[in-house]
Design a protein around this ligand. Structure first.
Ligand code: NAD
Ligand code: ZN
Length: 369
């Protein structure tokens, strides 16, 4: 088992990475469960595969498990589901010193974490992430949120979990497309801050996501360690270190917006293509070589992720794509803050990117085949 500490003064916690954690969830969570009754939040897909083993482990330890099952997918991160969830927790008489278990992907984690943040001004919660994306990204770092009609993740709170259990067995039931999408966030840590981990991903990434548990454990543990390091430096995204985690996300969000935040392009797929674009844009600006940009692209494509705009069949201009960026970025005198690469393994925040230059670059990219 890999154990990665998230070192936050007064709120430190561990992320445990291993196969078999959910089947043994009671033993891992017991220090936090002070009452027989345990509230667990999940979604309907995850429940199909993982409700039974979790129930069995907790029941064997004498717990009475109470389940709240959300609809699957992004639509669960709504005011309506938040209200239903909080009412349910109140009805279950969950107290401030109690812990809620969040069993699922980033959607379950974000909604449950936010409910925990506001229930009786903050109760405890434990993340049991069941997607690769949730294991390497959303379950670590304490960001919680819901979506509103004004946009994604605009209402939320920083609220750290007390423990994160990343069970590699959970990934065995994940659809392969979701697995690949989560891998975009794994290789991201190499590209943005760790050239040696990028080399490792080039050599082992595709085998890891094809089911080699030993390699998968290393991929998850190294990613979590990278995120934990950044979160410990900049818990609330004030110093700039945490902003580097947005590598590929400005381009990616524009593509998600252009494709209507739909099944056409999963978040991780948008990030994958966004990182390939960020690498090529970094080369265009003279920060990295064209060869290094191509190497980033090849490593992403090797995992079955998109790296070319032509694969999306978009019918729009570079300016239309760039205009989406205005909504999720603070424009400052006509320039956008962008995460670019100085080399593979060294990302930085460039505040001097103009919207018109990005639009011209995207026009060229739309012509590439
Ligand atoms: P998700 O939670 O919607 O899960 C993806 C799909 O896989 C869903 O249909 C789900 O039901 C299913 N699923 C989950 N685990 C499964 C399993 N083990 N077996 C079979 N099916 C399973 O999506 P996600 O990609 O995990 O998370 C995306 C969300 O995370 C977004 O809302 C995003 O905003 C959020 N996010 C938050 C942070 C953060 O720091 N808080 C970071 C990144 C992303
Ligand atoms: Zn992301």
């Amino acid at each position: 088992m890999a154990v990665i500490p998230v070192e936050l003064a007064g709120r430190a916690y561990d992320v445990r990475v291993e196969a078999g954690l959910l089947a043994n969830v009671a033993a891992h969570c017991s220090p936090f469960l002070r009452k027989p009754r345990v509230p667990v939040i999940t979604d309907e897909n995850v429940a199909q595969h993982w409700r039974e083993p979790v129930e069995r482990s907790l029941a064997a330890a004498g717990h009475e498990v109470r389940w709240h099952v959300l609809p699957a997918g992004e639509r669960a991160k709504s005011w309506a589901e938040l209200a239903r969830t909080v009412d349910w927790l109140l009805n279950e008489e969950v107290e401030r010193g109690d812990h809620i278990l969040a069993l699922g992907g980033g959607v379950v984690g974000d909604l449950s974490g936010f409910a925990a943040a506001i229930l009786k001004r903050g109760c405890g919660f434990i993340q049991l992430p069941t997607t690769l994306l949730a294991q390497v990204d959303s379950s670590v770092g304490g960001k919680t949120a819901i979506n509103t009609s004004a946009g994604k993740n605009l209402v939320g709170a920083f609220h750290q979990p007390s423990l994160v259990l990343a069970d590699l067995d959970a990934l065995g039931t994940l659809p392969p497309r979701e697995m690949r999408a989560g891998y975009a966030e794994v290789i991201k840590y190499g590209i943005l801050g760790d050239a040696e981990f990028f080399d490792w991903c080039e050599a082992n990434g595709p085998a890891a996501i094809s089911g080699d548990k030993h390699l998968l454990e290393q991929a998850v543990a190294r990613s979590v360690a990278a995120k934990a390091r950044i979160v410990a430096q900049d818990e609330r995204e004030t110093t700039g270190a945490r902003a580097l985690l947005n590598l590929g996300h400005t381009f990616g969000h524009a593509l998600e917006a252009q494709t209507g935040f739909s099944e056409r392009l999963l978040h991780g797929e948008g990030v994958a293509l966004g990182m390939a674009l960020a690498a090529r844009y970094s080369a265009r600006r003279g920060f990295i070589s064209r060869g290094d940009a191509a190497r980033v692209s090849r490593a992403i494509a090797a995992a079955g992720l998109p790296t070319e705009l032509s694969t999306l069949g978009l019918n729009c201009s570079g300016k239309e794509l760039a205009d989406h960026m205005l909504h999720d970025k603070k424009m400052d005198a006509g320039t956008l803050p962008f995460i670019l690469l100085r080399s593979i393994g060294a990302a930085f925040l460039d505040r001097n990117v103009t919207l018109s230059d990005v639009a011209a670059f995207l026009d060229e990219e739309l012509q590439r085949s």
